[in-house]
Ligand binder design. Structure first.
Ligand code: DON
Length: 303
């Protein structure tokens, strides 16, 4: 298959649509992103990497990092993680506080901010350096040693992080954090603020297409654990638009407010698309449109 041509074609379909979206501005550093940036990459389980547009330009991975913290926390600590975080869609915005009180400090799922804070806390407990573990994983899987936290983005998140600080303190009040709130927040911001390209993220997501096996052939997760991460991505990875994403794209996917979306084609490959303009829910408008066009053109789906 001519993957590069396929990517160019589906990006053109997305660009022909009328909607564009706006870059996130609740984290001021993200508002500086170029709204016209657009890139897409596919990495295949048999070793191919293909891209189009700005596929090699690093961007802020934001919540796409949550899929790697989840994978690493499960790999290091196993199923006990699920005692502190659920796996139900929240039907609420990614930074919502409302369910935490009625559900006694156990966040609905690992991909809303509340759940990601718990996962980051456990990864910090297990490794001593949660953000460092995510960076190392991304570097190893992508083969790109330059993948790193953008400290100016992390600092911008921290300065404007009242919501996340509120979530973390609230969770801590229920005894569901094992490290000091400030350390958990610092590691959370540092992994969200990692800069990586579509190429890097498509390669880093391949372990899910390989049912848990890393680039070097070692096993990170059991087949069952990898299936479960894909299932939680499908049901919760794009927040209160997860139903719409499953309807349009039909693949497990994880979005971030930097405009990236990483989707998994189990057994086949991994695809990452980036465009900073977001919809009201916080998902990339062109990113979702391009994935919709990709699966419509190819018939790729988990269904
Ligand atoms: O904590 C935040 O708000 C950001 N660091 C990440 C949020 C995010 O990417 C949600 N995704 N669409």
């Amino acid at each position: 298959m001519d993957y590069q041509r396929l990517l160019q074609d589906v990006m053109a379909v997305a660009l022909a649509g009328e909607r564009r979206g706006r870059p996130a501005d609740y984290i001021p550093a993200l508002a500086e992103a170029d709204p016209s940036a657009f890139g897409m990459a596919i990495a295949t389980v048999d070793g191919g990497v293909f891209g189009a547009g700005d596929w090699e330009v690093p961007f802020s991975v934001q919540s796409v990092s949550k899929l790697f913290t989840l994978a690493l926390a499960l790999a290091e600590g196993g199923d006990g993680l699920w005692q502190g975080v659920g796996r139900e869609p929240s039907g609420n915005p990614f930074n919502s506080l409302v369910q935490l009180e009625t559900e006694q400090g156990i966040p609905r799922n690992p991909f809303i901010n509340a759940g990601a804070l718990v996962v980051t806390d456990r990864l910090l407990e297990l490794t001593g350096d949660a953000a460092g573990a995510v960076r190392e994983f991304l570097r190893a899987e992508s083969g790109n040693a330059a993948v790193d936290t953008d400290d100016s983005v992390a600092a911008s998140e921290a300065r404007h992080g009242h919501r996340n600080a509120a979530l973390a303190h609230f969770i801590a009040s229920y005894g569901n954090l094992r490290n000091p709130v400030d350390s958990v927040l610092a590691h959370y911001y540092a992994h969200c603020a990692i800069a990586a390209s579509c190429r890097d993220l498509a390669l880093a997501g391949l372990f899910l297409a390989r049912h848990g096996v890393r680039a070097d052939g070692s096993r990170l997760l059991t087949r069952s654990e990898a299936k479960r991460i894909n299932a939680v991505m499908l049901t919760c990875g794009t927040y209160d638009a997860a139903g719409e994403f499953a309807f349009r794209v039909g693949l497990p996917g994880k979005s971030g407010v930097g405009g990236g979306v990483l989707a998994v084609l189990p057994g086949r490959g991994s695809v990452c698309v980036w465009s900073p303009g977001l919809d009201a829910v916080g998902n990339s408008v062109l990113g979702v449109a391009a994935l919709d066009a990709l699966t419509t053109a190819t018939g790729w789906s988990v269904f």
